[in-house]
Structure formats: C-alpha cells, structure tokens
Design a binder for this molecule. Sequence first.
Ligand SMILES: C[S@@+](CC[C@H](N)C(=O)[O-])C[C@H]1O[C@@H](n2cnc3c(N)ncnc32)[C@H](O)[C@@H]1O
Ligand code: SF4
Length: 396
Amino acid sequence: MARDSIALYVHFPFCLSICPYCDFDRQATGFDRIDVYLEAVNRELAQFRQVDQPVHSIFFGGGTPSLMSAAQLSQLLAAARETFDMQPDAEITVECNPGDADLAKLQAFRAAGATRLSFGVQSLDDAFLKLLGRRHSSAEARQAAAWAKQAGFDFNLDFMFGLPGQSLEHWQDTLDQALELHPDHLSCYLLTLDENVQMGRDVARGKLVLPQDDELAEMYTSTRHQLANAGFEQYEISNWARPRQASRHNLTYWRDGQWIGVGAGAASAYGGRRWKNTPVLERYISSVTASGVAHRVEDEVPDLRTRMLDTLSLGLRLREGVSLDEFRLRYGVDLATVFGETGPWLIETDFLECVDGRLKIAADHQLITNEILVRIEEAIDDYVRRETSASQIAAR
Ligand SMILES: C[S@@+](CC[C@H](N)C(=O)[O-])C[C@H]1O[C@@H](n2cnc3c(N)ncnc32)[C@H](O)[C@@H]1O
Ligand code: SF4
C-alpha cells in the first residue's frame, strides 16, 4: 500500500429488517428510494475529482450492500473510477448478508469488479441466528461461502461471540465449523450491546443473560489459539487473516490513514479534516441534489490532542502497534515525553510492551484495550496541559 494512497467507503443504509443488537446507521424503510439514493451517491462522488492520491481500496458497507443489484454496484464502481485514480490491484469489498447471495449474483458482483466479500454470518447455530434476528440459516451461510469461493472471491466471515447463554465449548465448535468453510479472513467480535437496542434492553431487564467476564476472556483467548493453530495471523483485536489477506481497507483506518466516505452517515478523514455526513436519508438526498455536497453533521480540523489520541487508540488495536519513530516524525515529540509517568507504569504493569521500536498492547491484555486507552487519554491530556502552560509562560 503506497503511504499516500487513500481508501474509499460507500455506505448503503438499507436492511430488510433490523437485527435486535445493531446500532449502525441503517433503516428497514424507504426501499422505493434506493435508486434516488444511489444517484445521490454517484453525484456526491463527483465533488472529489480534484483528489490526486490514488485509491487502494473501496468498501461497500452497510446496512446491507448485497441488496444492490450487480448493475447498481457496477454503476457506482464506474463513478468511482471516473472520479479517482484507482490502483489496478485495488481491494474492492462488498459486505453481504448470506441470505442475499446466490451464485449468479456473486459472479455478477465479481464481473462488476468486486474482489472481496465480507459475510455477516454471526453464528452457525440456527437457534442463535434466530435469537439474533438474522434472516439466514446456517446452511445458507455455508452455501454462500462455497459460492463466494466458486465465484473467485477472497472472503471474510464475521462472527460474534459472548452471545446470551453461549458456552466456551459452543464458541470453540463454531470456530471449528467456520474454519471448514475455508475463509481467507475472520472477524470475531465480542457482542456489545447499547442500551438503546432491543437486546440491550432485554439484558438490562434480565430477560437475556450474557456470559460472565471470565468466560468472555476464555472465549477470546481460545479464539487466538484456535485461529493461530489454523494458520491465521491476528492483526487486530477482532481480526484474523491468512498470510497477506489482511484487509487493506480496514488497515487504512487503524493506521490512521486518509479515507473518503460517501453516502448517508458516512465519515471521512481527509486533508487534515474529519467530517460525517447526515445519516438522515432524505436530508442526505436533498443536500446532495441541491449542491452536490452532503449535509455534514460533524466537520472539524482535529486538534493535537484528538489527533494523538486517534493515532494511539487506532494503532494500538493492531498487533503491529505504533511505531515510535513514525509518532515522533508526525508530532515532533517522543511518545515517552507525551506519556510522562504513565508510560513506565503501563509497561511495568505489562499492559504495554515495546518491541523493535514499536509500542503494542500485550497479547494477554487486548480484551481490556479500552481500559488501557482511558489511561493513555489521561496521559495525553496531561501532556497537552503541560505544553499549553509552558507556552503561556514563554509568551509572558
Ligand atoms: C457493519 S456490520 C453489518 C454487516 C451486515 N449488514 C450484516 O449484518 O451482516 C459488520 C459486523 O459488525 C458486527 N456487529 C454488528 N453489531 C454488533 C454488536 N452489537 N456487537 C458486536 N458486533 C457487532 C457483526 O459481526 C456484523 O457482521
Ligand atoms: S443486517 Fe447488519 S446492518 Fe442491518 S440491522 Fe442487521 S446487523 Fe445491522
């Protein structure tokens, strides 16, 4: 991946129904607006004609982008190629719900230019799929994986673990079955429930019971061992890939690179700015139709604190960690200076390790990454306070 190439994200917010654990920008209404929506996305793309960096990846995410026809996908790809300088070997991923896949459709996606599929499988147990409100069966998920291979795709399977009532043995068995489908990449997410989603409310009311923290830790540790034994490399907290199959697109986010996101609710980080489009479908369509630019609900030039925190909170999710040299080059200060007294403490407590000039979260502590990041955020706040008062004193 060339250092200065960028990624493109295209959001497709429509889903046939809403899963009870899902908190993404999505909707199960307005299907008669899909054509108008895609026209607006095509139009929004055109404003980026001046961007001169090549694009190394496109990710069609959702929502459920596999509800698009191959013709619709092809049109979006044509618009992207017209707008950007696409690298010839660009990774082009489409997120798919297994129930939408049939061989002809996947072959047509491949012919349109997609190179990679990411299936939201979640579980291979029909009882859990029902509990999760999924529209597909485990047999359909298995069939979809086989068709993806047949159509010539690299593919990822998304799973969630720590489901209500799930045991360690059940999760281990799920992973064994997943490996039999020969994926190139596996994403294994710990089920995380916001209180504003149906399953979150059911857990809060005691209707559903999640596994205990020590059971979750065992499931996670077991995932690491099982997938390592099967030849997968863990490259991020929740992501494993066969050698050279890590997602170039997702690496762009975690390496704090630049990306442009189009569509309702899409976020971008480009040219030193961050912005997020309105997630409200009609507001998105009307703003793009009127001006070619989407209405933004957030738009900022992030300050030093935010940029440093992003570099660390994204980079420390990766097994490769954060390069001390790159940090110094980017911010003109050593990470040790930024961390102050917290740095040695984080290393002495074994939360972080420094290997070959890179700072990483120790493998056994990945599940508490968020807690570690809270300490890092405090250290950055202290550093910014120290710097601000030093420059105020110097200015007197
Ligand atoms: C953008 S989402 C949705 C992709 C696609 N619409 C689907 O449902 O298959 C990508 C992945 O995030 C994971 N995910 C979604 N909600 C989650 C939650 N509450 N906790 C953990 N993982 C979640 C699921 O594994 C899902 O496949
Ligand atoms: S299909 Fe995916 S995006 Fe849509 S509601 Fe379910 S989990 Fe969320």
